[in-house]
Design a binder for this molecule. Structure first.
Ligand code: R5P
Length: 292
């Protein structure tokens, strides 16, 4: 087996290839003046596992992936997609909305995908759109290891789910770390995408550790952190599997009341989106274990 990487997250693809002790090859991607992409594969295209994350520039990343899959021989294909772009658009939230995740599942199937390996898919159940084997790896153990290393006073700390989607994740961490968990109910307006309200149930201790799957605009992180400060937390940490940092999210998070933001390297964060309070944890060992 070899790994064939698209251009979205070559550093993670390389770490995984090293962990598996297999060769890493990269698809050559270029762009024509009219912005169309061209993809060229290395010579030997036998026995490849395709590696491509699809966030930060999801449209470009998907197009590249589709072209790579199309150029490979007509054999069953496995794709490692640490971040599945469009995973939050997994239903029609308002009348007439397309369901992009369903469309993506159909295209991948048509292009010969028989197995998809991803990390913290936004809604696990959404993999029902995928008519092929889907392995959804949880990054909870990476967060648990980091929180343990932080040597926090457990009797002063609470884990907090910033919305319903994180309840299960936070419950699992709470059991692993022996820390209590609190839960925020978040209401979003799907026309404006604004968060309308947040309410917390459960105890808030001086150290609050929020755990989510995605940071996009940072709106959820900022609103949840300010609610926790109002309720008496003095230190707030935010953990998320996937760091997109859309728009000015990095600046807003750096200037916020959040003490530190932890994400994984499921997406390759460009230098201009990095900030001092950010720490990136590696999921390469998780992927290596899943691929062995
Ligand atoms: C929402 O359901 C997700 O779990 C995240 O909370 C959300 O996508 C984060 O987005 P933003 O950073 O824009 O609030």
């Amino acid at each position: 087996m070899k790994i064939l990487s698209g251009s979205s997250n070559v550093s993670l693809a390389r770490a995984v290839a090293e962990g598996l002790n297999v060769e890493l090859l990269k698809a050559k991607v270029s762009t024509f003046p009219d912005k169309e992409n061209k993809v060229k594969l290395p010579k030997n295209t036998e026995d490849f596992l395709v590696f491509q994350s699809t966030g930060i520039s999801p449209n470009r990343n998907y197009i590249e992936l589709f072209f790579i899959l199309d150029a490979l021989p007509n054999t069953p294909k496995t794709v490692v997609m640490p971040y599945v772009g469009y995973s939050r658009q997994n239903e029609s939230f308002t009348q007439g909305e397309a369901i992009p995740l369903r469309a993506i599942g159909k295209i991948l199937k048509e292009l010969g995908v028989v197995k998809l390996i991803c990390v913290d898919l936004h809604k696990g159940e959404a993999s029902s759109f995928f008519d092929f084997e889907t392995v959804n790896i949880s990054a909870v153990s990476v967060f648990a290891d980091k929180i343990t290393q932080m040597n926090l006073n457990v009797s002063e700390a609470t884990l907090v789910a910033p919305d319903k989607g994180s309840f299960a994740r936070v419950t699992e961490l709470s059991k692993a770390l022996g820390m209590p968990a609190s839960f925020i109910s978040k209401k979003r307006n799907y026309e404006t995408e604004e968060i309308e309200s947040m309410e917390i149930s459960g105890e808030v201790r001086p150290t609050a550790i929020l755990v989510d799957d995605i940071i996009s605009t940072g709106g959820t992180a900022l609103k949840a952190a300010s609610l926790l400060k109002q309720k008496g937390a003095s230190k707030v940490y935010f953990f998320a599997t996937h760091g997109i940092f859309a728009g000015d999210a990095s600046v807003r998070l750096e200037e916020s009341i959040i003490d530190k933001v932890f994400i994984t390297n499921s997406l390759e964060v460009p230098a201009k989106r990095k900030f001092n309070k950010l720490e990136i944890l590696s999921i390469s060992d998780l992927l290596v274990r899943a691929l062995k």
